[in-house]
Ligand binder design. Structure first.
Ligand code: AMP
Length: 419
């Protein structure tokens, strides 16, 4: 056991996995750009109040999972647990409400939650997220959902399912909550302890409780989709018809909810094909028309999603989908005579300037050992420089696949390898 290991719930992303990450990053950026979303990066830590707002208490994220610390200057800070509130903070701070609306933004960022680590659930993880702020039209809801499914499609992922619901707004939700409370009133003693608390603080969350005792009551609970006001019902109907027009299949899930006041109307989640258990969501999102106001702005609608990169990679591997092959190492320079060391670094420099990838061998090792190293690195060519090549101003170019070799002037080698 080494003296130190990475802390529980966080891990290194090793070179062998980097091709997946690059592939996902590049694909996300390309798809987002196709939808007119511009990249934003917010800081890893924020003032605690960005996330720990009076209106956000009562969720695990804020109550149990946030990494909160005081810095040496006494500021109350948190490691960002999610992207939306940070992006909305930036939207307000930079006056983006004065830009044409909606402002379309995306990010690929790390997030931090003190969660119980398990497969697909970590304490530091990455999300591809997008936010469209400043337009409440249902077309934006459909666009954001379309963006996420286009990302999955671009990766070749199949069999995923879109789960959809509408959770109403300030007009219709209070009456619905009362109906929900009335339904659960005589069942309280059979609910889990969490749900007995939720009944008081956050009744909507009764619907997405994962604990066994609470499952039997869900099916007959009043459904929010049946209790929407006219405006919310019409909004939801338009979102659905746009999705149908796009050929995006969805399943209405009445228990798909978000437990905070600032969430409104559309809520959605993408589930992978394989049953990955409880922690399986590939990504989820929804409308948050009350959030900007909670952060001190004027009432401003918004909608977005976050999709977990690690979880996506797990699912891509499960479907045996992988990144396009990486270019292999083009050239390995083997130094056959210690006197050729300076010449070797010059040759390497000239090749790299022509965009040829080069690893230089060590003059202290035998030529044999260097050529073995070239093979281990799967280099395409070996360039051998010894006393003969030094004297004639050439380089001995060996094709490591065909074993052909010839001595050429440096310019000819650069020309050959860079094409
Ligand atoms: P949320 O921000 O909780 O709506 O999560 C959005 C997505 O981020 C989820 O669907 C997952 O794909 C991913 N995710 C959330 N929490 C974690 C975590 N602890 N570890 C890894 N991925 C996560």
């Amino acid at each position: 056991m080494p003296q130190f290991q990475a802390p529980r719930g966080v891990s290194d992303i090793l070179p062998s996995d980097q091709p997946y990450w690059r592939w996902l990053r590049d694909t996300a950026a390309r798809v987002a750009a196709n939808f007119g979303y511009a990249e934003i990066q917010t800081p890893v830590f924020e003032h605690a109040g960005v996330f720990i707002r009076p209106g956000a208490e009562g969720t695990d994220l804020v109550d149990k999972e946030v990494y909160r610390f005081e810095d040496r200057g006494g500021d109350d800070l948190v490691l960002r647990p999610e992207g939306t509130a940070a992006v909305c903070r930036a939207y307000l701070e930079h006056g983006m409400q004065n830009l044409p609306q909606p402002v379309r933004l995306f990010y690929i960022s790390s997030f931090f939650r003190y969660d119980r680590p398990q497969a697909g659930r970590y304490r530091m993880f990455y999300q591809f997220g997008a936010e469209a702020i400043g337009d409440g039209e249902p077309a934006v809801d459909a666009e954001v959902i379309d963006l996420l499914r286009s990302f999955f499609d671009a990766l070749g992922l199949t069999g995923y399912r879109l789960l959809l619901n509408s959770i109403g707004d300030q007009n219709c939700r209070p009456a619905y909550i009362e109906k929900l409370r009335a339904y659960y009133a005589d069942k309280l003693d059979r609910l889990c302890a969490d749900c007995r608390a939720r009944y008081v603080t956050n009744p909507l969350r009764l619907l997405d409780c994962k604990n066994e005792p609470c499952q039997p009551f869900k099916a007959d609970a009043p459904k929010i989709a049946d209790n929407l006001c006219d405006a919310c019902a019409e909004h939801f109907a338009t979102v659905k018809s746009l999705l149908e027009g796009l050929g995006i299949e969805y399943t209405i899930v009445p228990t798909l909810v978000r437990g905070l006041d600032y969430y409104t109307r559309t809520a959605f989640e993408f589930e992978p094909a394989a049953d990955g258990g409880q922690q399986s969501a590939l990504g989820g999102g929804g409308r948050y028309d009350g959030l900007i106001e909670q952060l001190g702005g004027k009432p401003t609608p918004g909608i977005g999603f976050g999709a977990g990169i690690e979880r996506l990679i797990l699912n891509l591997k499960r479907q045996e989908l992988g990144p396009p092959e990486l270019p292999r190492l083009n050239a390995y320079i083997a130094i056959a005579d210690p006197a050729a060391q300076v010449r070797a670094v010059q040759v390497a420099d000239a090749l790299r300037r022509a965009n040829v990838s080069v690893v230089a061998g060590a003059a202290s090792r035998s030529l044999r050992a260097q050529l073995r190293h070239a093979n281990q690195l799967n280099a395409r060519h070996a360039l051998v420089i010894g006393s003969e090549e030094l004297a004639s101003g050439t380089v001995n170019l060996r094709d490591l696949e065909t074993s052909e070799q010839e001595s050429l002037p440096l310019e000819a080698v650069v020309l050959r390898l860079s094409h």
